[in-house]
Structure formats: C-alpha cells, structure tokens
Ligand binder design. Structure first.
Ligand code: RIB
Length: 298
C-alpha cells in the first residue's frame, strides 16, 4: 500500500521552557535546537517508519534549510521527487515546549505557500499510484480543495488533518474519508465544543468518518453506523510536538494494512502516545517495532 502526503515541510526552531509565556511576557528558555518538521513531512516520516511506502508532495526554498529537509526525507526512505524548490524561503516553525510537554507553535509557511494546483497535476502519476492521500492545512486551502477533488476523482482514500484550525469551505467536506481534528480544530470548524455534536455536524457536511484526537483522554470516532471512544495509553509525556502527525500517519498505515477502525484507532493512540515521550518532531518519531513492543508491554 502506498501513501502520498501532500503538505508542509518546515524547519522547527524549538525552545524548551518551564512554563509557556503569557501575553506580553518575556521569559528565558532552558534549551534551544533546530530540527526537521512540518506537519506534512512529519506525517511522511511517521508513515514510512511505520512500514508504508511514502511519497511526499511539497515545496521548499532554494536555501540550506530546503536542502537539509529534502535530504532528511530522502534519508528516511521517503520518495521526494514530488518536492519542488522555489524562490520563496523554506517554511519554518517557532515552537515552545513546557515542562508538561505542552506546546505553542507559530508557522511561517514560506515555500509551503507556493504549493499550487499545477504542482498537483505535475505529480498526477504519484497520486494515481497511491492508495491513501494525507493532507493538512499548512499549504493553501485552495490547493487542499483541488487535491481532495482530484483524489476523489481517482477513487483514493483521503485523510484531512485540519491543522492549523481553520473554517473550511463547504465544498471540501464531501471528498473526505477521514477528518482528524483535535478538540480546538473541531470547535473552530463546527462552532461547538461538544465533540459528539461537532462530529455529527461534519458527517452531515459529507465527511465519511470523523476522528477527534483528545490528547491525554484518547480519541473519539464517529461515522453513520458506529461511535467509538478509545482510551489513552498512560505515558510520561515530555513533548507533544508531532503527536497529532504520527497519529494521522498511523491511521493511514493501519487502515491500508486492513486493520478494523477500532484496531487502527488503538494503534494510532499508541503511536501518538509514544511520540510524546521523546523531544522534537520528525527525528524522534517511533518505528513500527517500537510501537509493537510498546503495545505488548501496555
Ligand atoms: O505538528 C508539529 C509541526 O507543526 C511542527 O513540526 C511544525 O513544523 C508545525 O508544522
């Protein structure tokens, strides 16, 4: 089974702090590092490490960050011919992580903003060759809409991770097989904080399946026939960066391997939980073996 990730590639600038700063506050960080990230690239690496064949379709700048990030994906075994180099600087993210592992992230999209419909068409063969298409919202929404429509026309399974939170045009929902908001993203899209009602609203808009990630409370699944709550794995979380990304990748990998919804959700919960026990994004994502051992142990 093959997975194409259409999405963002960023360099992350991460600061470890004791407590996230208040508005208007200046604080000192305990440590700082730069590392590969971007929701799209993280999802591609995670899916690859979990055993899938993965294509990345994205954009980086013609700068040292762009080269480093493309090389990193290649080294991970992700197929990178779908990454274009553009004149706009590579996207980046400013991340602060506190002692509980909670974070704040501000993304400058940069080159990710140059992802357009033409580039999707140039990568048509890749999309045709994939079973699952995963997207997020760090590239232009109109490109996401075009990709959803194209994927549907080609009869592909579409997973949309609606992050960062956005109000989406109605036309996008009908082509989505799985939408995976967290509670905040669900509230922004549906105007309610009630997750069951919010999921129902998305189903009525035409989405086939809704998965709400609930952080340390696990996750919630709803479609027209079924409703499932999956309990969380209890771990000592030190950095939640990319946990949502690995969760999305795990859903795609598990479903493409023929797992049931319940098994896929359980697996994705384990992958997400394990991700929070390590600092950083793409570089510390778990491998298939780590996840299997973790699930046996728990
Ligand atoms: O989901 C985590 C990612 O969000 C980070 O790697 C950062 O680049 C932003 O895209």
């Amino acid at each position: 089974m093959k997975i194409a990730v259409i999405g963002s590639i960023n360099m992350d600038y991460s600061l470890k702090v004791k407590m996230l700063p208040e508005k208007g506050e200046t604080i000192l960080a305990d440590s700082f590092y730069t590392a590969p990230g971007g929701k799209g690239a993280n999802q591609a690496v995670a899916a690859k490490r979990l055993g899938a064949a993965v294509y990345m379709i994205g954009a980086v700048g013609k700068d040292s960050n762009g080269k480093e990030l493309s090389d990193k994906l290649k080294k991970e075994g992700v197929e990178t011919s779908g990454i274009k180099s553009v004149d706009t600087p590579t996207g980046n993210a400013m991340i602060t992580v506190d002692n509980d592992g909670s974070n704040t992230i501000v993304v400058y999209p940069g080159a990710n903003g140059d992802m357009d419909e033409d580039w999707l068409i140039k990568n048509l063969t890749t999309i045709e060759d994939s079973d699952f298409i995963i997207m997020q919202l760090e590239i232009p929404v109109k490109t996401v809409i075009a990709a959803v429509k194209l994927a549907k026309r080609l009869n592909k399974k579409v997973i949309l991770n609606p992050a960062p939170a956005s109000v989406l045009p109605e036309e996008v929902f009908k082509g989505i097989d799985f939408i995976t908001p967290n509670e905040t993203e669900l509230a922004v899209m549906t105007d309610t904080r009630d997750i069951e009602k919010g999921a129902e609203i998305l189903l009525n808009k035409g989405v086939e399946n809704v998965i709400v990630t609930l952080g340390h409370k696990g996750c919630y699944f709803k479609n027209k026939e079924d409703e499932i709550y999956i309990k969380p794995y209890k771990v000592r979380s030190i950095d939640s960066t990319a946990a949502g990304d690995s969760f999305n990748a795990a859903i795609a990998v598990a479903l493409s391997e023929g797992k049931t919804y319940r098994q896929a959700l359980q697996y994705a919960n384990a992958v997400g939980a394990l991700t929070t026990t390590r600092p950083g994004a793409a570089e510390t994502l778990p491998f298939k073996d780590d996840v299997e051992k973790f699930m046996e142990r728990e």
